[in-house]
Design a protein around this ligand. Sequence first.
Ligand code: BTN
Length: 243
Amino acid sequence: MNSRIICLESVDSTNVYLKNLCVSDYPEEGTVILADFQTKGKGQGTNTWHSSPGLNIIMSILFNPSIHVSGHFSLSEFISLGIVDMLNDYGISSLIKWPNDIYVGTRKIAGILVENSLKGKIISRTIAGIGLNVNETDFPSNIPNPVSMKQLLQKSLDKNDVTECLISKIQFRYTQIVKPGSDLLHDEYNQLLYRKGQLTEFQSDSVTFQGTIINVENSGELIVSKQNGIESRYLHGEIMFKT
Ligand code: BTN
């Protein structure tokens, strides 16, 4: 796959830049936007994404998956697994906190923001935004439990090497979504699920409760077994981890 790489010193958000580029230009699938700094880095929901200038990977990649909207969660899955694969190459074992945060132990090392465009019921365009903590060591105190590769490996990393490895792992994982009838991505995603099978505190509709993650469905719904044995399913945004 082509990977034309556009490097920017500073931008509002690489996801927004790539979205605008799709309007003014016809960037090829695989186009990557990299930035040293974002002035309005977007996180999930209304969150922002912090990254000190030059220290971390701030990246958006363009895909044209042409899959039915019912398969939208496979996009979160392949990107998450690509990040996990790259970290493995650096000797770091990570897990995926549903729906698509990458955790090492109880600390977040990377976040993903997937933005899809539909043509009818087909996902025609996906902008996959990735924020990965590489060389940051002084995180603002309001960020809950962050960690970087440098903190884990106790040495500075060459950001270009990490970026190259990350792009190639994500491109490989992308080839696995287009295999019809294959549950490979989904099965691996479920095997790497953070706190799967462990009693965990959640909050939903302002109610705090304990439950155990059973798995994630192909639809992306999280299945949690409550202490009364009843299993409930949650869409992204309907449930929050308390820990
Ligand atoms: C999250 O965990 O809340 C998702 C964070 C996603 C951050 C990345 S950084 C590159 C891309 N551009 C953005 O504005 N956001 C994503």
